[in-house]
Design a binder for this molecule. Structure first.
Ligand code: NAD
Length: 295
C-alpha cells in the first residue's frame, strides 16, 4: 500500500504563519503582545532542547518569552513562590514548567500552583476536568497537536476504532478523551491500552487509527497493524547513528520502515507529532492572551 505522511513539520509551519499574522494584527491595533513564561529546572539535555525550541518558536510568531532557570537543588518552596509571582504578573499570559522536575519536588503540587488561567500546557486538574466534560479549556499540547494533525489531513475519526497505547496524563489519557468526545474531531470508539493490557496485538489489529505513546523504541511492528490503518507515533528516542553529523538521530515508538507500507497515513519521527506539540502551546498562549477561555 502506498502511504501518505502526516507532515507535522509542514502543518506546524502553516499554523505558525497564521499565528504570526494574527499577532501582527493584534499589535497593529494596539493590543497586547502574547507573553509565555517557562520555568526550567536543571540542565537535562532533552529538557534544554525542548525549552529552547519553545523559546525560538515564540520569537518566530512574535510572542514575548521569558525563561526562568533554577538549579537542580532548588527547593519546592522557592519554585512555588516563583510560580505565584508569575501568576500575579499581568504581563505574562501563559506559564509552563518543563517536566520532569527533580524528585524532591512534588510535580502535582507544582502543577496545581499554576493559575489555571495561565496553564497553557493544560496539565492543571481544572483544565483536564473541563476538557473531559467538554467545556472550553486549555488542552494539553501533544493531544491537541495530534487532533489538529488528523483534522488538517481530513482524517475521519467519527465511528472509527482508535487504539491508544499508553495512559500517561500528558498524552495517552487526554488523547483518548479527545478522540471519544462528541464533536467533529472526536466521535471515535476508543480503546486505551497500557502495560497491563493482555493480547495487545489482537486489539491493535482491529484499529483504524493507532496512537503510539509507549516510550519504547520501535515497539509497534508491522504484524500489529491492519492494512490501511492510520498510525500516529508520539515516541521520541535518541539513537546513535554513524550517518548523521551529530552522531545520533531521532526514532519513534513505531518501527517506521516495516509499518509504513501497511498504512494509509503515518507520522514520521522527527517531523510528525513533535512540531505539532510546540505549535499547540503557541495556540494556547494566544488564546490565553486574548482571554478567550478565562476572563
Ligand atoms: P510514559 O513514558 O509516561 O508512559 C508510557 C506508557 O506506555 C504507560 O502508560 C504504560 O502503561 C505504557 N506501556 C509501557 N509498556 C507497555 C507495553 N508493553 N504495552 C502497552 N503499553 C505499555 O508516556 P509519555 O509521557 O506519554 O511518553 C511516551 C513517549 O512519547 C516517550 O517516548 C516520550 O518521549 C514521547 N513524547 C513525545 C512528545 C512529543 O511532543 N512528540 C510529547 C510527550 C511525550
Amino acid at each position: 500500500m502506498s502511504y501518505q505522511l502526516l507532515n507535522g513539520k509542514e502543518i506546524s509551519a502553516q499554523i505558525k504563519n497564521e499565528i504570526a499574522e494574527e499577532v501582527k494584527q493584534i499589535i497593529a491595533t494596539g493590543g497586547k503582545q502574547p507573553h509565555l513564561a517557562a520555568i526550567l529546572v536543571g540542565t537535562d539535555g532533552a529538557s534544554e532542547t525542548y525549552v529552547a525550541g519553545k523559546v525560538k518558536s515564540c520569537k518566530q510568531v512574535g510572542f514575548k518569552s521569558s525563561l526562568f532557570r533554577f538549579n537542580n537543588s532548588v527547593s519546592e518552596d522557592e519554585l512555588i513562590s516563583k510560580i505565584k509571582e508569575i501568576n500575579a504578573d499581568d504581563n505574562i499570559d501563559g506559564l509552563i514548567v518543563q517536566l520532569p522536575i527533580p524528585e524532591h519536588i512534588s510535580e502535582n503540587k507544582i502543577i496545581e500552583t499554576i493559575d489555571p488561567k495561565k496553564d497553557v500546557d493544560g496539565f492543571h486538574p481544572v483544565n483536564i476536568g473541563k476538557m473531559t466534560i467538554g467545556l472550553p479549556a486549555y488542552i494539553s499540547a501533544t493531544p491537541k497537536g495530534i487532533s489538529e494533525l488528523l483534522k488538517r489531513n481530513n482524517i475521519e475519526t467519527s465511528g472509527k476504532h482508535c487504539v491508544v497505547i499508553g495512559r500517561s496524563n500528558i498524552v495517552g489519557k487526554p488523547v483518548s478523551i479527545l478522540l471519544s468526545q462528541k464533536n467533529e474531531t472526536g466521535n471515535a470508539t476508543v480503546t486505551l491500552c497500557h502495560s497491563r493490557t493482555k493480547n495487545l496485538k489482537e486489539i491493535t489489529l482491529q484499529a483504524d487509527i493507532i496512537i503510539a505513546a509507549i516510550g519504547k523504541l520501535e515497539f509497534v511492528t508491522a504484524d500489529m497493524i491492519k492494512e490501511g490503518a492510520v498510525v500516529v507515533d508520539v515516541g521520541i528516542h535518541r539513537v546513535k547513528s554513524d550517518k548523521t553529523k551529530s552522531g545520533w538521530k531521532l526514532k519513534g515508538d513505531v518501527k517506521f520502515d516495516e509499518v509504513a507500507p501497511k498504512c494509509s497515513y503515518i507520522t514520521p519521527v522527527p517531523g510528525g507529532v513533535g512540531p505539532m506539540t510546540i505549535v499547540s502551546l503557541l495556540q494556547n498562549t494566544l488564546i490565553a492572551s486574548k482571554k478567550e477561555i478565562y476572563k
